[in-house]
Design a protein around this ligand. Structure first.
Ligand SMILES: Cc1cc2nc3c(=O)[nH]c(=O)nc-3n(C[C@H](O)[C@H](O)[C@H](O)COP(=O)(O)OP(=O)(O)OC[C@H]3O[C@@H](n4cnc5c(N)ncnc54)[C@H](O)[C@@H]3O)c2cc1C
Length: 441
């Protein structure tokens, strides 16, 4: 596997001390040992892979999922738990210009369907994932961003046909959103969850449907032979009619070669406090359980969880070493103290990082890999994959069992293209972050 960060990024270091691990179920997944045959072989057991496995298995397909570590080890088991609109960062006008009005609408409908898809899974299978928050709220971090937020509220109403609520600076304290903010917009779509409970819940569903899920079984080779995909692992090969790459920010340049430079992993870092007391919550004035983020390009995302712990995340390091990981964690702690000074001295009990994934055109990709018959891929959810990765996985699973490609919106099926600089493409990130940082001042 040829990957673009140092080995540290793909090892245990960044995920050590992840809060969600405390609620992980104790599964005993087998390793791939010997050769096997399947209708569909999925590489990667996160939201994309497991959702694909469920929908293919529901249609009667024999499915094997190969996971290099343990299921949910990647971003799916260590994210902020915002189940929300997103998945890409396209400008509406550009999306319409490039794909047409109907396709742009299909893209936005997919965003809505993605949130409903996760809600339906939770209710259908009785998965208790500590859900809270009534939609989500974006807060202006400086007065000049309030105008943009008002425009985004109008845009939201036009695009999704639902009302957005504008909160002025003077309304925030009463809404329990007191902090260094100058107003906000709340939209009624989305909710927050414990991502570990969600992934563990759907892993049980997949297992009950007969999906064979293999841990510690990295795919190290992928080739097409005699009309089948051969997925090689250290102890055996899976032969399958269809294969799905569901590795997102943990992808490799050569699995297959088509992936090279089509995705950009970047790190995000989260810290979680001990449960806050009622007095501490009142002292800060942030009493709401609304999942929230600010208007920075390099945004903060944060929420008070049902057990009164506070979670806050933001961009992580540009490199992946023990030192950069320690600095990224310290940086989030510093930002927490600056934004919520009443909690500056509160003990941080958990902190960790993981990989999100961008694409050159800021759109997710899900569909057939061009010129690779029977090979599917789903990746690049731009840090918003709880809903979108789940839904794309679901659609990819249906594609694998013979549904028409058109069930996935054109904008998402389009070839994402390649980043410049090939394997050295991370070099574009420091100047981009510097530019965003300046714009955020
Ligand atoms: C810190 C952080 C916070 C985030 N917060 C949010 C949030 O609040 N809301 C939101 O919507 N999104 C959030 N995201 C993004 C979201 O978690 C991801 O978009 C989503 O989980 C992607 O799911 P996935 O299944 O595609 O990939 P992943 O969950 O990353 O799974 C990929 C899996 O592939 C495996 N793999 C890689 N190579 C191989 C191989 N060769 N063989 C076998 N297995 C392999 C990896 O081990 C990994 O388990 C966050 C991400 C991070 C890291």
């Amino acid at each position: 596997m040829r990957r673009i960060y140092s080995d540290y990024a793909y090892g245990p270091g960044p995920r050590t001390n992840c809060f969600w691990d405390e609620s992980a179920l104790a599964f005993d997944w087998p390793e791939m040992d010997g050769d096997a045959r399947a209708d569909l072989c999925i590489i990667g057991a996160g939201f994309t892979g497991v959702n694909a496995a469920i929908s293919a298995a529901q249609s009667g397909a024999a499915v094997i999922v190969l996971e290099a570590e343990t299921p949910g080890w990647g971003a799916s088991g260590r994210n902020g738990g915002f189940c929300c609109l997103g998945g890409g960062l396209p400008e509406r006008a550009k999306l319409t210009q490039r794909f047409g009005e109907a396709s742009a609408r299909a893209y936005h409908n997919a965003e809505l369907s993605a949130v409903s898809h996760v809600a339906d899974l939770l209710s259908t299978y009785g998965i208790d994932a500590d859900v809270h928050s009534d939609g989500e709220t974006q807060l202006a971090h400086k007065p000049s961003r309030m105008g943009e937020l008002e425009a985004s509220a109008r845009d939201f109403e036009r695009t999704y046909g639902k009302p957005a609520r504008i909160l002025r600076a003077a309304d925030l304290a009463e809404a329990g959103l007191d902090g260094p903010f100058h107003g906000a917009v709340s939209i009624p779509t989305g909710f927050a969850l414990n991502p570990r409970k969600y992934i563990d819940g759907i892993l049980q569903v997949a297992r009950d449907l007969g999906v064979r899920i293999m841990a510690r079984s990295p795919a190290t080779g992928l080739s097409r032979q005699s009309g089948e995909w051969h997925v090689v692992t250290p102890k055996g090969t899976v032969r399958a009619d269809k294969a799905l790459i569901a590795t997102n920010g943990y992808s490799s340049e050569d699995l297959p070669d088509w992936m090279a430079a089509r995705y950009m992993p970047t790190q995000s870092t989260i810290v979680v406090t001990r449960p806050l007391t009622g007095d501490e919550i009142q002292a800060q004035g942030w009493t709401s359980q609304q999942m929230s983020y600010d208007t920075r390009h390099l945004l903060h995302y944060f929420r008070l969880m049902p057990d009164n712990r506070f979670l806050i995340g933001m961009r992580g390091g540009l490199t992946a070493t023990p030192g950069s990981e320690a600095r990224a964690r310290a940086n989030v702690r510093k930002n927490l103290a600056q934004m919520f000074p009443a909690w500056a001295e509160v003990e941080i009990t958990h902190q960790w990082s993981g990989m999100v994934c961008l694409s050159p055109k800021f759109l997710p990709f899900a569909g057939e890999v061009p010129e690779h018959p029977g090979l599917l891929a789903g990746f690049a959810y731009h840090g918003n994959g709880v809903a979108m990765a789940s839904y794309m996985g679901h659609l990819l699973g249906r594609l694998a069992v013979g549904e028409r490609a058109e069930i996935i919106p054109d904008a998402i099926r389009a070839d994402p293209g390649r980043f410049p600089l090939g394997r050295a493409r991370r070099a574009v990130m420091p100047p981009a972050y510097a530019r965003f940082w300046l714009q955020d001042l």
